[in-house]
Design a protein around this ligand. Structure first.
Ligand SMILES: [Fe+2]
Length: 163
């Protein structure tokens, strides 16, 4: 395997990742608009702030690589976001808590998808020794995992069965 080939693969995946974070930046405000719960709202607002940092770090990674910034449409995240949009519409008439849980469950799947993408790119960057890019990717990876931990807490808080 040549370093150049791995870098090409990395660059392609980075373009998918950039598009992933951009698509997420568009769905998050829609999720926020669809919840009446303060706790869910706070969580989604935090996710919006984190997402902005993630987009910036991906941009920085392009800079470090010396490659022109650009996205490549990620069909993986498009599918998850379409599903999330469908759930937002179809579950609207459900019980309020069930509706909020369904929104959070969609977000959980979206965050797991990102964790997979960041883990892969972090591994590639280690192989071709880009410490700076590796640090940027790992920072986001830690934040994505932290978001899932917080998301689970919110779900657990919501689903306490009332007698
Ligand atoms: Fe992200």
């Amino acid at each position: 395997m040549k370093e150049k080939d791995l870098k090409n693969l990395f660059e392609t995946d980075l373009r998918y990742l950039y598009n992933t974070e951009i698509q997420i930046s568009k769905i998050l405000p829609k999720i926020l608009k669809n919840t009446d719960s303060d706790k869910v709202g706070q969580f989604v607002e935090e996710n919006i702030k984190e997402n902005k940092k993630h987009v910036d770090r991906v941009k920085k990674s392009f800079d470090i690589l010396g490659t022109k910034l650009g996205g490549k449409k990620s069909l993986g995240i498009t599918g998850l976001i379409d599903e999330c949009t469908e759930i937002m519409e179809k579950m609207k008439k459900s019980d309020e808590v069930v509706y909020d849980v369904s929104l959070l469950a969609s977000l959980q799947r979206i965050n797991h998808y990102q964790i997979g993408a960041y883990e892969t790119l972090s591994n590639y960057s280690k192989i071709f020794n880009s410490t700076k890019i590796n640090e940027l990717l790992n920072k986001t990876l830690v934040e994505e995992k932290d978001l899932i931990r917080k998301l689970k807490k919110v779900i657990n808080g919501l689903t306490k069965i009332k007698p």
